[in-house]
Design a protein around this ligand. Structure first.
Ligand code: IMP
Ligand code: MG
Length: 180
């Protein structure tokens, strides 16, 4: 088991499994007839997934525009509460096919808020791509269009995701197992 910051990390999804899945997701995305696709990475957690997914999209012939939105879900610790835009996108989404990319779909509050925001601004469509779906935690009626993996109900880190600002740099997704 890898040891990082003195903690053992159990690998849930390896770097190679994620890379294979990203290519499959990119093919699914390419099979839909999006015109004028604008990909929006939801920061911070999705930055590595988005970086890999847009390159997989290139590999299957897509040329999306890329934007970033910084959204924070307030609430204590690891539970999602109120949702707020901390840094908005620079572009107009009116009339465009938007694809929001996030790390995890959990309660659904973050992406429901983000999707409603894009549609209220006149986006022609707003699809959702998430690396992980923790469906047992859902609190609102929302499903993603593209899901990397159905995730068991553990708090996971790595591949962009953190606990208390640590472990974003891991090339895999894992569970922190306590002191090594
Ligand atoms: P929700 O769908 O509004 O509950 O928000 C999901 C967001 O909470 C994700 O984008 C992550 O930033 C964060 N999150 C949820 N579960 C985890 C986890 O297991 N590890 C790290 N971040 C998580
Ligand atoms: Mg997030």
């Amino acid at each position: 088991m890898p040891v990082v910051r003195g903690k053992e990390i159990e690998v849930l999804y390896s770097a190679s499994a994620i890379a294979r899945r990203n290519l499959e997701l990119a093919k699914d995305i390419a099979s839909r007839d999006y015109e004028d696709l604008l990909v929006i990475s939801v920061l911070k957690g999705s930055f590595i997934f988005a970086a890999d997914l847009i390159r997989a999209m290139h590999d299957v012939g897509l040329s999306p525009e890329v934007e970033f939105i910084f959204i924070s879900s307030y609430g204590a610790g690891t539970t999602s509460g109120e949702v707020k835009v901390l840094r908005d996108i620079d572009n107009d989404v009116a009339g465009r096919d938007v694809l929001l990319i996030d790390d995890i779909l959990e309660s659904g509050k973050t992406l429901k808020f983000a999707r409603e925001l894009m549609l209220s601004r006149g986006a022609k469509s707003c699809s959702l791509a998430v690396l992980l779906d923790k469906s047992v935690r859902r609190k609102v009626d929302l499903e993603a269009d593209y899901v990397g993996f159905d995730c068991p109900d553990y708090f996971v880190v790595g591949y962009g995701m953190d606990v208390a600002h640590a472990f974003r740099e891991l090339p895999f997704v894992g569970i922190v197992k306590g002191d090594a």
